[in-house]
Design a protein around this ligand. Sequence first.
Ligand code: HEM
Length: 400
Amino acid sequence: MANFDPFRPSYLENPRPALSRLRREDPVHRSRLLEGWVVSRHADARAVLRDNVHFSNDPTTAASGLGAHVAESRRRSPVGHAPLLGSSDPPVHTRLRAIVSKLFTPRTVEAARPRIREIVEGLLDTATEQDRFEFMSTIAQPLPVHVVGGLLGLTSEEQGPVREWTRALMRVIGGGDLPPSAYREAERASKQLRAFLDGYADTHEGGTILSEIVSAEADPDRLSADEAVAFVTFLYQAGGGPTAMMLANVVLALLTHPDQWQQLRDDPALARSALVESLRWDSATHILLRFVCEETTIGARTVKPGETVFTNVIAAHHDPEVFADPERFDIHREVDTGDVLSFGIGPHFCLGQPLALIQGEEMLQAMLERTPEISLPRDGLVRAKELLLRGPARLELAVR
Ligand code: HEM
């Protein structure tokens, strides 16, 4: 019988063989290790993610230790009572999403493109001063932090402190065994961020996401002050880690398939399709969590309220029912973006998807121009041991 151990070194290195076996032998797998169901077929993954009647996004509804753990963290967090977009359900999610999705207009996002290119160029200038550089800390992690800061409407001087406040808040929202000082710090950060948001409209022009949020706080159809603090915090979290992994995974996929990197060099217009194929082939989103709120079936299995579902996106992306020859990484593949589940699907579909794709495209274009001879040294890659995201902890690249 197939097993599932996402922390085994061979799985971290390449999860695809283990997942193909799981999908064939036990597509809705009861995992004792994770205390939940692991879903690996594309059709099942898609059905679970689209269904917010039988499946909740709120981890406090989990009957396993996770539920109590998250509930306790929220109780102790200064903004724990304010719902986060990604982990709320209707009607709260419907209300928040309606407010926030209006802020991510195609115009706002596309207008960010030149600025994104500028940021990439600046980061590359510094990184490539050396013959070898660490990609995660010099490009992949700082890029989305600058992009989210710019999108919100922060000046470069404001970005550092706001990022630090959200980091302190996210630390306690995430929970874990934290010292009392972490909660004191979060309390302080919450007050500082709130005061900053209160004063924002007086010191900035309109037309940014933050000015939209703070100008309409009195309107009951808008975000409350606490919800605004929670939203800004969540946006850094949602936009940061996944983007960094996505940027690293596309570089990694291309450099480990030198023929594909060469084809991209020959035709840089393939940047978007290379990015989408890398999301399919080695998705930054490894697992999306759902919690059963009404008894239902997934495939041939009955799942009960309180149970946790680990929707395995990487497994779904290698399902031969949907993708022909799924093991092949091919930047010419015509992927239907609706079949790529890296940004989720259904009610919680990623609001930052267009912005994430622009970051990936601009980064690839800049690298094709500036570092076409780049390569991955033999000892360059250290994988992150994370459950929900897949990608490197460290990625050393050689420029020349
Ligand atoms: C600037 C970049 C990004 C921003 C601002 C952003 C923002 C968001 C927001 C606000 C949500 C919540 C939507 C909701 O729950 O209604 C979300 C969801 C999501 N995002 Fe992103 N995101 C970004 C990049 C990415 C990247 C690069 C990936 C993966 C490769 C990703 C994957 C997801 C997924 C899978 C969800 C849905 C989670 C679920 O269904 O439970 N995001 N994102």
